[in-house]
Design a protein around this ligand. Structure first.
Ligand code: TYD
Length: 353
């Protein structure tokens, strides 16, 4: 066993974000979890403590607001909180933002990750799990899937920054003997996702009957993974994975962006008694994203065979839960739809001005 996650003290970076907060909620909801969760998050634009409100008073939980680049603080936490493993979620993740300005991606994803690794060098008993993405492998055509042995061919500044951080994790493992694991996830979706990403963006636009801008012809293909499945997979890797190994996490449920948008519209219309055709007329095809990866797909036999991960959520079911969550959590959404958000959307999409 790599880590006994039900008793471990875990430092979660980016735990106020979409994927990190789901991982923390799963742990703290588990009555058998007797360890400690230290959530280190800088609370930049997409970090949101509302995601963890119910656990604020939980004695197993500690929140620390700071940047992963603060190496002295990370070392102090590793020592004082007797940390057994770091699960590194903190990252800049939005491709479109990386196209506008890559500097924050270099800072957080590359320098931030190496700063954490430097801290682990001083506490070499600490295991380091790195959350990465399928995007480091580049794009596929209509057929085929990436495996853990596929070459790195990142196409966006975001993917390049994650690729660089993956290489540092590997290199620190090889050079300094740090125990590491890396997971590459497909597109995550679910509750609490900041509405710059396709699925919550579509729901947000539907709520205000705004344009639904799809790049190109909407025929790019993504493989969508429900965030609860992702969190479960990461926990299984920590428990049953092997040190120095890399695992792909996907649900093998591929769909075009247009097909997905129509599915969201169908669910949204059913839940709000709206007219499907009227909502579909909001779809607007816009100029393609530069370097837009056509398709992502990953072979998941390694994670299935080695740690026993099987996704539980069918796409339709996860999407239905997600749409309902956004409809029921209007105050969460209202808090994130601030001026900064509006400025971003307007700068990004002419159709949304
Ligand atoms: P996104 O959620 O940004 O994830 P990624 O680019 O990392 O896969 O986008 C998912 C897909 O949806 C991607 O092919 C880009 C496309 N997309 C649109 O067509 N319009 C949009 O407004 C957004 C946000 C994404």
């Amino acid at each position: 066993m790599l880590i006994d996650t039900s008793r471990a003290n875990l430092l979660i970076t980016g735990g106020a974000g979409f994927m990190g907060s789901c991982f923390i909620r799963q742990l703290l909801k588990d009555p058998l979890f007797t360890g400690k969760v230290v959530n280190l998050d800088a609370l930049t634009y997409s970090g949101n403590l509302d995601n963890l409100k119910v656990f604020e008073e939980d004695p197993r939980y500690l929140f620390v607001k700071d940047n992963i680049l603060n190496q002295n603080l990370v070392e102090k936490l590793l020592f004082e909180e007797k940390i057994d493993a770091i699960v590194h979620f903190a990252a800049e993740t939005h491709v479109d933002r990386s196209i506008s300005d890559a500097s924050a991606f270099m800072q957080t994803n590359v320098l931030g990750t190496t700063s954490l690794l430097e801290a682990v060098r001083k506490y070499p008993h600490v295991h380091f799990h790195h959350i990465s993405t399928d995007e480091v492998y580049g794009a596929l055509g209509d057929t085929g899937s990436f495996s853990e042995d596929s070459s790195y061919l990142p196409n966006s500044p975001y993917a390049a920054s994650k690729a660089a951080s993956d290489h540092f994790v590997r290199a620190y493992g090889k050079t300094y003997g740090i125990s590491t694991t890396i997971s590459h996830a497909g597109n995550n979706y679910g509750p609490c996702q900041y509405p710059e990403k396709l699925i919550p963006f579509i729901v947000t636009q539907l709520l205000k009957k705004g344009a639904l801008p799809l790049y190109g012809k909407g025929d790019n293909v993504r493989d969508w993974l429900f965030v609860e499945d992702h969190a479960n997979a990461v926990r299984l890797i920590l428990e049953k994975g092997r040190s120095s190994e890399v695992y792909n996490i996907a649900s093998s449920q591929e769909i075009t962006n247009l097909g997905l948008t129509k599915l969201i519209i169908k669910l949204f219309a059913r839940k709000t008694n709206s007219d499907i055709e009227e909502l579909e007329s909001l779809i607007t095809f816009v100029e393609d994203r530069p370097g837009h990866d056509f398709r992502y797909s990953m072979n998941t036999s390694k994670i299935a065979n080695e740690v026993g991960f099987v996704p539980k959520y069918a796409l339709q079911e996860g999407l239905s839960e997600t749409v309902s969550w956004y409809l029921e959590n209007t105050s969460w959404l209202k808090n994130v739809l601030n001026e900064e958000y509006d400025t971003w959307v307007e700068s990004q999409y002419e159709a949304c001005k």
